[in-house]
Design a protein around this ligand. Structure first.
Ligand code: B12
Length: 576
């Protein structure tokens, strides 16, 4: 087999999570991943397709997923068997600050001369600190790195200096060099997710586990399609808000994928998967013309998968009718964040819809063929008090009373971190935040604290870290009761969540009560060691509530066969 040109590794959040005893908390309950954050960036797929189209051989290995799946999976032994020309590691999400650097160290121990390349939003934010770790050779900055990555790999292969590679931070003779950030593409259509490449990668390396996006994906094959890079909104807590994007990637305006490229991508996915397709970003951000064009193309495409639309602002009702006429199966995701309109306005002045407007949209969507409406609330916002969180749960009851079982509500803490580059992180006092970590190294150390109360990198002047934690469990308990009362979940499921919340609270109290110094309560240590599930998963809702109804067979065997045949044809073509 040809030598791998680039091995892309996705680390776990905390490298040695299998040995440590940490109460991670419900920081990942509203996403498919576990607290190990095993999902790799979508960018792994765009980078793979860009490089492979230019003749390079890329392999993705989701180390986090492998380590969860097989508790004995031996990372050093696995890495020692591979001999890539370069290794890429994502430090996209800051919660990987521990795992990403530990994996880099391991790679360097095993393959001392192999270049180690970092990338992603957190790498970009902390590039000058990150490049100083001895195990890190290169950092590619910005939210689009396909071309710079290709140029870097080419210059490495030719033994040339990377001084001309755009967006690159590197070091030479012990000095840090920061090349200008000049690759800011004007269109997004030069890259595609090309999911079929994953199927080929599985065949090439006879390794399915390494490319799975998260634990349980095989049973719930949800896929996400990006519609935009950058954002028009200014949410105080978001590390990809319009102000954050300008800081990180000099992107002044959001850039949208063309309707043709987007719908082609969705069609490609629908050829092998029957699972839901999540459209990341509100289509109306690009203007109504753009959004309606996408809907017109979707109508022609006739995709049967559930299509999940996000709404950042409340659309006119004609837009919902247009969705209903364009796709057979659809759902909505709404994130009002708080029931309190003033808090919502404070979080993002541009998302200033009222509760009444949102309820009108909910009613209209339910009178059409919308299958499901998820409404998301968050804890940790400016001006939000414990009392306000309680009121949010009352508002959830109001929503549930006024609608049928297709609507459900979710609440979670902002955690473990407020995003670097967000307005709240950059100007904490202005928005009422107190930060417990500023540098990458400080975040790395927070991640290995015993409990999520100490891991949170912030508190607000309205709620201390302890109060954020208590407010979360109180809200989770109350919301779970409501879901039982209004028949949103089955009794056994609701009772299981209640039991898990109780367990999580008990262990938290045990950790709090212990006068620790450097040690931890021995019983708590024993219960938590290597544990990522019992106290930190399904403690604000049952994770299964996130997923859509399943098909008896989630995949389209004929579509997969076609990709396999194309792969075999390629192989034969190469050999002859
Ligand atoms: C869709 C999305 C998700 C999806 C997952 C999508 C995925 N697998 O990538 C879901 C909903 C599951 C999710 C979860 C989380 N997310 Co999120 N997510 C987004 C969102 C809205 C869009 C991302 C996107 O479309 N990217 C487009 C793809 C094509 O590009 P990309 O993946 O960024 O990759 C490019 C570059 O980043 C870079 N790059 C990335 N990795 C690497 C590695 C190397 C080696 C190189 C060279 C380059 C490189 O090059 C790539 C190609 O150009 C962004 C906000 C935004 N508008 O950007 C937040 C965002 C990225 N998420 C964020 C966060 C905090 C999280 C969570 C930690 C939240 C939580 N506590 O649950 C989890 C982590 C999940 C995990 N790893 O398991 C923050 C990150 C802030 C930060 N710096 O840490 C963001 C910025 C905003 C936010 N708060 O939601 N997320």
């Amino acid at each position: 087999m040809a030598q791998i040109d680039l091995l892309l590794l996705h680390p776990p959040s905390v490298y040695d999570f299998r040995e440590r005893a940490i109460l991670y908390g419900p920081i990942s309950d509203l996403i498919p991943s576990s607290p190990v954050f095993e999902m790799y960036p979508l960018g792994f797929l765009t980078m793979t397709s860009y490089l492979e189209e230019r003749g390079l051989n890329v392999r993705i290995v989701n180390l986090a997923q492998r380590m969860i799946k097989d508790r004995k999976f031996d990372v050093p032994a696995f890495l020692a068997k591979l001999n890539p020309k370069a290794v890429g590691i994502d430090l996209h999400w800051l919660p990987h600050a521990h795992g990403a650097i530990e994996v880099a160290k391991l790679v360097k121990q095993i393959h001392p001369t192999t270049p180690v390349i970092f990338g992603g939003l957190s790498s970009t934010y902390f590039h000058e600190e990150l490049i100083r770790y001895p195990a890190v050779n290169y950092v590619l900055r910005g939210s689009s790195t396909e071309l710079p990555l290709y140029e870097l790999l080419m210059s490495l292969a030719a033994g040339q200096s990377p001084a001309q590679v755009p967006n690159l931070t590197w070091k030479a003779d012990g000095e840090v060099r920061v090349n200008p950030l000049t690759f800011i593409p004007e269109t997004l259509d030069f890259v595609d997710l090309m999911p079929e490449r994953l199927v080929k990668m599985v065949l090439r390396h006879r390794d399915l586990q390494s490319v799975l996006p998260f634990s349980g994906w095989w049973q719930n094959p949800i896929t996400a399609v990006f519609t935009v890079k950058g954002c028009a909104h200014e949410c105080v807590t978001c590390g990809s808000s319009s102000q954050a994007c300008e800081l990180l990637s000099k992107r002044k305006q959001p850039q949208f994928r063309s309707p043709q490229s987007l719908v082609k991508n969705m069609l490609d996915i629908s050829r092998f998967s029957k699972g839901p397709i999540f459209l990341v970003g509100d289509l109306r951000q690009a203007g109504d013309k753009h959004a309606y064009e996408i809907l017109a193309l979707l109508r022609e495409a006739g995709i049967q998968n559930e299509i999940v639309f996000e709404l950042f602002n409340m659309p006119p009702l004609e837009f919902l009718t247009a969705i209903d006429e364009s796709v057979e199966n659809w759902s909505l995701e709404l994130s009002p964040e708080s029931h309190d309109e003033e808090i919502r306005r404070r979080q993002d002045g541009t998302t200033s819809f009222t509760n009444a407007e949102m309820e009108t949209v909910i009613q209209a969507a339910q009178s059409l063929g919308c299958h499901r409406i998820d409404v998301f609330f968050m804890i940790g916002l400016p001006q939000q008090t414990q009392k306000s969180v309680e009121e949010t749960i009352h508002y959830c009851e109001h929503l549930m009373q006024g609608s049928d079982k297709r609507l459900s509500c979710f609440i979670s803490p902002m955690g473990p971190f407020i995003d670097p580059a967000s307005r709240g992180f950059e100007e904490p006092e202005r928005f009422g935040y107190r930060l417990f970590a500023h540098t990458l190294e400080e975040h790395r150390q927070l991640l290995v604290q015993p409990s999520w109360q100490q891991i949170l990198n912030y508190e607000t002047i309205w709620m201390s870290r302890a109060e954020l934690v208590s407010a979360t469990y109180d809200a989770a308990e109350a919301l779970n009761d409501l879901k039982l009362k209004y028949d949103r979940i089955s009794r056994p499921r609701g009772e299981e969540v209640a039991h898990r919340i109780k367990q999580a609270r008990d262990i938290r109290d045990r950790l709090d009560a212990f006068d620790r110094g450097d040690k931890m309560d021995p019983a708590a240590f024993q219960a938590l060691q290597g544990e990522i599930n019992a106290f930190s998963v399904s403690t604000v809702c049952d994770k299964k509530e996130l997923f859509w109804r399943r098909h008896p067979v989630n995949y389209r065997p004929i579509g997969i066969m076609r990709i396999m045949l194309a792969y075999l044809r390629d192989l034969v073509g190469r050999d002859s």
